[in-house]
Design a protein around this ligand. Structure first.
Ligand code: ADP
Ligand code: MG
Ligand code: MG
Length: 902
């Protein structure tokens, strides 16, 4: 029975027993340590306690049965292999205890080094190190510090303060100037700090140190910072962390020892070469802690050529093995190289493309795999303009890159002032401690938003992303004083009107006007950079991967465009048609007059006259668009918004009437308008007289549009071009609505088309939940469906986008009710279910029914994968998102066994 249990619940794996594919069980660090061990690289021996043990501990609040025995057994075998015992007074084995979840996560417990040292073994360690007392006491003080801070929550500053004091006493800034006596003294001070905060002495029993450290790693899975991070990054809360126990090797044994980090390629640019940092006579922590200046890794060649060459050999091997950029931690102990960690390294968006391209060239991966090494979010990042950063521009602060882009403008502190200055044509940056719904107009008027508080899900961040505005949030070095209209940072004061530059990708803030340069990737998409000729590695890689995505994807990609120039640009970006041409802008500008006449028309005759006047204008609009798309399908949506949106606002009209009356002017027309606005006022315009309802109520309105579209197509075709119009009826909820519109439209089309050969499709948007649920009926009358996922989301959730994003989304994100705004990425469970039902039932009723999506989700990476799964024919998105959708549609169509870019 007992033996049975050990087999079922194997909680501890020797490094030799694991491999890189066991990340779920062994965590990333443990799986990769095992992999390196099995590759024969010099990894100090050790073992990994599984995530299963962690989960069991967290579920019950105690170590699961069998864990203690298994740890004991693995520790014994480690001791045998090393021919030393943990914490032995004469010749101690020391270990590190390292957390390591499947995904690396800030906020998790870090590492405790030198476990096993105590008042007696510190003496043994010194003796074993050839009488190097300094080394032994330095190691001991580091144990108390790391153990105190991470296991017992002793405030880290107290230890740092004490070491600073010790250095000050010796009048030095360099920790190497502290000798054995200084460090022995420091150990005493550290122990007092430890006792003061924990109410107990620093534990002397090595095994107790080990057990407490392991338990602390388990518990750190639920530390607040880790929980918040997981929620934001959508990492499941139930993965647990593994714990690695590794025999210590020492980089602090003298000048022939040291520690460093290495990258097999440049994680910033992707360039090939040797990148990394090295620090002589130090333990691992010191490199990251930045207490001494590191030297570039290349220097190691001069310091210790044997180890350097050996390291380079391992780097090449690891890269060939993982087939990707690896980052590595290593330590040299008296000329002997030890590998302490490796993983597939993080990289910038540009490096991701460049490296994927290089790896294909080197024959390490194929193009399918390359597609999975990049993603749409990275491509989108590369399409923003960037700051031209020469050495002259140093950021003064760094916040959170909450919404990407590079924005330059004059600082303002209030929404009103932002609106004022913007109206004068000034670019402005709205600076606030944090924003609230009252700032909305100011945010719209600004080029960018900068706040000193709040993270990626703060009000400012959520709203800015929704608007596509650059935003840096949580730049907490800024002291913002709104009433005084100024902020201070790094000793400098910035007043209203001063120019700042903010980088919404990096979070950097500059107190000057940093020049902005266009994205070379956009230049390429625009056709201004020949990918075959350029020596720009990034452009070549993007071209190659995009070409492969286009060759692989099943989804077509269309664009949302309302004008000829927009349509033309989208085509250059690869759009294969227009999925949504809104017609409302065609009723604005100097055409308002005609629309007013239409609304005020007292007789059929007046109404017909104003429609007749609109007809040639609309026809000209469509001709321009059909020409730009040259035979690609163009979906035109009949007018959608409530007509009163085309009239001046009520308050403004009321004032105009009053003023004009005062002056004794003729106000008949204004009064009529005012009456119309009052009459047409709606409590809930979103749910009011709009879309198909408007077409059924105002005679001749849809008919005029149908005629304009068909005439335009006929004219283009007669002139030798081609045109494929698709007429789309918005806001349909019942098949009868569509049938009525269609009957009238078909008559007009038949009459206009004549023998021109033009074919006009009639279809509908699916954006009202009832339409999705009765899709089988609606498909009888529709030649295509286009999912309007913005409205579908609003109506499925019952909230209006304009009202809720600023009002409470931040709270919902904080609570984890949403992982991401349902307007950014489709809510698969709810809204997505409606899409699925409509797609299935629509196609069942009318096989081959053409299905597309024209909401903003059409350009969202995750949503594109969903639409691929559901089997839509195309997605349609704004021109700039077209390349992102092409890439993601390609990724969705390719299944690889390899790693996915997260
Ligand atoms: P992190 O994930 O924060 O890098 P690590 O567990 O990798 O934490 O450890 C922190 C530092 O301590 C690293 O520089 C690592 O190389 C070093 N380190 C960890 N274990 C050992 C060991 N057994 N011997 C020597 N150095 C170690
Ligand atoms: Mg590490
Ligand atoms: Mg809509």
């Amino acid at each position: 029975m007992a033996a049975q249990q050990t087999v079922d619940n194997k909680y501890v794996y020797d490094f030799a027993e694991g491999n890189k594919d066991l990340k779920d069980l062994l965590g990333g660090k443990g799986a990769n340590l095992a992999e390196m061990t099995n590759l024969g690289l010099p990894v100090p021996p050790g073992f990994t306690i599984t995530t299963e043990a962690c989960k069991a501990y967290l579920a019950t609040g105690r170590e699961p049965d069998g864990l203690a025995e298994q740890i004991e057994a693995h520790l014994e075998s480690l001791e045998r292999g090393m021919a030393r015992k943990l914490g032995d007074p004469e010749d101690p084995l020391l270990v590190s205890v390292r957390s390591g979840a499947k995904f690396s996560m800030p906020g998790m417990m870090e590492t405790v080094l030198n476990v096993g040292l105590n008042d007696r073994s510190v003496v043994g360690l010194a003796a074993q190190a050839g009488g190097n007392e300094r080394f032994a006491w330095d190691s001991y003080r580091r144990l108390i510090q790391m153990f105190g801070k991470t296991v017992c929550e002793v405030p880290g500053e107290e230890f740092e303060h004490a070491i600073d004091e010790a250095k000050r006493a010796k009048d030095t800034h360099n920790d190497l100037d502290l000798d054995a006596d200084d460090l022995r003294g420091l150990v005493d001070t550290y122990k007092k700090i430890f006792a003061k905060h924990t109410g107990r002495e620093f534990p002397q029993e090595p095994r107790e140190q080990l057990d407490l450290a392991i338990r602390a790693v388990f518990e750190s899975w639920n530390a607040e910072r880790a929980v918040v991070y997981r929620r934001q990054e959508r990492i499941p809360a139930d993965l647990g962390t593994a714990v690695n126990v590794v025999a210590m090797v020492f980089g602090n044994l003298g000048p022939d020892s040291g520690t460093g980090v290495a990258f097999t390629r440049d994680p910033a640019s992707g360039a090939q070469g040797i990148y990394g940092d090295y620090l002589a006579n130090a333990q691992g922590e010191d490199v990251v802690a930045g207490i001494r200046n590191t030297v570039p890794l290349q220097e190691l060649e001069r310091i210790d050529k044997t180890s350097y060459d050996e390291l380079l050999g391992y780097m090449a091997r690891l890269e060939g093995h993982y087939k990707d950029l690896c980052d590595i931690e290593f330590t040299i102990e008296r000329g002997k190289l030890w590998m302490l960690q490796t993983r597939v390294g993080k990289r910038t968006a540009a490096a991701a493309f460049v490296i994927a391209g290089q790896l294909v060239d080197e024959g390490l991966i194929d193009l399918d795999e390359a597609l999975h090494r990049v993603n749409g979010a990275q491509l989108a990042q590369l399409m923003f303009p960037r700051f031209r950063l020469d050495h002259e521009f140093e950021p003064v602060a760094r916040g959170i890159g909450a919404s990407p882009g590079a924005a330059v403008g004059k600082v303002v502190f209030s929404s009103d002032r932002a609106v004022e200055l913007a109206a004068e044509g000034e670019p402005v940056i709205l600076v606030r401690r944090e924003t609230n719904p009252d700032d909305l107009n100011g945010m719209i008027a600004s080029r960018g938003i900068l706040t000193s508080r709040g993270g990626k899900t703060s009000h400012a961040a959520v709203v800015a992303r929704g608007m596509g505005k650059t935003c840096v949030s949580g730049a907490d070095e800024l002291d913002v004083n709104v009433p005084a209209k100024k902020f201070t940072v790094a000793g400098q004061t910035v007043n209203e009107g001063d120019v700042v530059s903010i980088d919404g990708t990096t979070g950097n803030v500059y107190l000057s006007e940093v020049p902005v340069m266009p994205s070379e990737v956009v230049q390429y998409f625009e056709g201004n950079l020949d990918p075959e000729r350029t020596d720009d590695q990034l452009v070549r890689a993007v071209h190659r991967i995009m070409t492969h995505a286009d060759g692989t994807r099943r989804l077509l990609v269309r664009t949302n465009a309302d004008t000829g120039p927009d349509a033309a640009r989208a085509r250059r970006f690869g759009a294969e048609g227009i999925g949504l041409c809104r017609t409302e802008h065609m009723f604005l500008g100097d055409r308002r007059e005609l629309v007013e006449r239409l609304i005020l028309a007292g007789t059929d005759r007046e109404r017909e006259d104003s429609l007749a006047a609109l007809l040639p204008l609309q026809r000209a609009d469509f001709i321009e668009i059909f020409r730009a798309m040259d035979g690609l399908p163009v979906t035109v949506r009949l007018i959608d918004p409530p007509l009163h949106e085309f009239l001046p606002p009520l308050e403004q009209l009321a004032v105009n009437v009053a003023v004009a009356q005062e002056r004794g002017e003729d106000v008949a027309k204004e009064q009529a308008l005012l009456a119309a606005v009052r009459r047409m006022h709606e409590e809930n315009p979103m749910l009011g007289l709009r879309g198909v309802r408007l077409g059924l109520v105002i005679p001749g309105l849809f008919a005029m549009q149908v005629r304009a579209i068909t005439e335009a197509a006929v004219e283009v075709v007669r002139a030798g071009g081609s045109a494929c119009p698709e007429i789309m009826v918005p806001l349909v909820g019942a098949v009868q609505e569509l049938e009525t519109v269609r009957a009238e439209a078909e008559k007009i089309i038949a009459e206009v088309v004549g023998d021109s050969g033009v074919e006009v499709l009639i279809g509908t948007m699916i954006e009202v939940p009832r339409a999705a649920l009765t899709a089988g009926q609606i498909a009888e009358a529709a030649q295509f469906f286009s999912f309007g996922t913005n409205d579908l989301t609003q109506m499925a959730w019952g909230f209006s986008r304009d009202d809720v994003e600023g009002a409470f989304f931040w709270r919902y994100l904080e609570l984890g009710i949403f992982g991401i705004s349902p307007f950014e990425s489709i809510d698969r469970d709810g809204v997505g279910r409606l899409v699925r039902i409509a797609a299935e039932e629509g196609r069942a009723a009318r096989p081959g029914l053409k299905l597309g999506v024209c909401g903003e989700h059409g350009g969202d990476p995750d949503s594109v994968h969903f639409f691929h799964e559901v089997g839509l024919d195309y997605v349609s998105c704004s021109p700039f998102r077209v390349p992102v959708a092409r890439l993601e549609a390609g990724r969705a169509a390719v299944v690889t066994s390899g790693s996915d870019s997260r």
